[in-house]
Design a protein around this ligand. Structure first.
Ligand code: PLP
Ligand code: COI
Length: 336
């Protein structure tokens, strides 16, 4: 495997975990080498998009251990997602155990320390039994597969160019705060359109007033002020990113920076010194430029490298994830 040059794509690994829900119960769950799913043509997931997912990573540490980063938060967020989509909850302890099992079973696919790559884990649950009237399915599958990945955005840490989208991704009181497949289906045309016009991603403003910054299709925003304060958007229709929550803690407790989590007006962004996209897949990807309907906002950090604070955040977070820097208690789950 050419670990250094991996992109963010699916590579089939030997084992995945499956547990089935039937008659009101999740069954024991197994590891299988069968990557195919056989379900009814009328399954809830196929007809009414009843599906939720998570994303987390396993890393090789500097001293050769294999660990995951805050998987408990993914387990909890998946329970929130399940409740919103009338999907039965998958218990937290079982989620954690299943993640461990999948990493162990695919051990040789965990990229080595220093390669910049990691093993991406994708837990998901979908309605597998037939429904014709609009209602929740009676049967479900919980699965986790693993795939080795490199950077989410082509070009690694080259600053991105975004545009302010005219398409909406989430609505007030909708599903933006959970990880439902339907949110991503909603963003497919918008991302294809953005790419066609030469942009890397969309900045989705709040759909009600179009005056506040929400997030992108797959990451939260993090801004840095000219006096080195971290500011992140607050909204009920944004996904509560594990990475963003961790970065805010790191900024305050490790780097001694002030952190604000508050609504951010679109009209404010031209005053920031740095901008980044954060998420499990994105890690922190620097943003160089945002185009708001022809008006270009160029961050002082420029189009060639990460801003100074973004870089510090990136190094501290990845340092914690790979065991180079002491992690806060409970952040690292050692698998072996
Ligand atoms: N926002 C969206 C819409 C996402 O899909 C993701 C990815 O999971 C994130 C933010 C980042 O969340 P996390 O840091 O928990 O991966
Ligand atoms: C993740 O960061 O885990 C995500 O699910 C984002 C997705 C766009 C790949």
């Amino acid at each position: 495997m050419d670990w250094e040059n991996l992109g963010f794509g699916y590579i089939k690994t030997p084992y995945r975990y499956v547990s089935e829900y039937k008659d009101g119960l999740w069954n024991g769950g197994i590891l299988t080498d069968d990557d195919k799913v056989v379900i009814s043509e009328c399954a809830g997931v196929l007809q009414y998009a009843q599906t939720i997912f998570e994303g987390l990573k396993a890393y090789t540490t500097q001293d050769g251990r294999i660990v995951t980063f805050r998987p408990d938060l993914n387990a909890e967020r998946m329970i929130d997602s399940a409740r919103r989509l009338e999907i039965p909850e998958f218990p937290k302890e079982r989620f954690l155990d299943a993640v461990d099992k999948v990493v162990k079973a695919n051990k040789s696919f965990v990229p080595p320390y220093g390669s910049g790559a990691s093993l991406y884990l994708r837990p998901f649950i979908f309605g597998s039994s037939a429904v014709l009237g609009v209602k929740p399915a009676k049967e479900y599958q919980f699965r986790i597969f693993a795939t080795p990945v490199g950077p989410y955005f082509k070009g690694g840490i080259k600053p991105l160019t975004l545009r302010v989208s005219d398409f909406d991704r989430a609505a007030p009181h909708g599903t933006g705060h959970i990880k439902a497949g339907l949110n991503y289906a909603m963003s497919l045309h918008a991302i294809a359109d953005a790419h066609e016009y030469g942009f890397d991603e969309n900045l989705y403003p709040d759909p009600a007033t179009r005056t506040y910054v929400e997030e992108t299709g797959g990451a939260n925003f993090i801004f840095v002020t000219k006096d080195d304060k971290i500011v992140t958007p607050k909204s009920d229709s944004i996904l509560p990113s594990v990475t963003r929550r961790s970065l805010c803690y790191v900024a305050e407790k490790y780097l001694g920076l002030k952190v604000e989590h508050r609504p951010i007006k679109l009209s404010e962004i031209e005053n920031f010194a740095e901008c980044g996209l954060c998420g499990t897949a994105a890690i922190i990807s620097p943003v160089g430029k945002i185009n708001d309907h022809g008006k270009e906002i160029l961050f002082p950090s420029g189009m060639n490298e990460m801003g100074k604070i973004t870089k510090k955040l990136y190094e501290t977070l990845t340092g914690i994830q790979t065991g180079k820097i002491q992690a806060p208690k409970g952040w690292i789950r050692e698998i072996f």
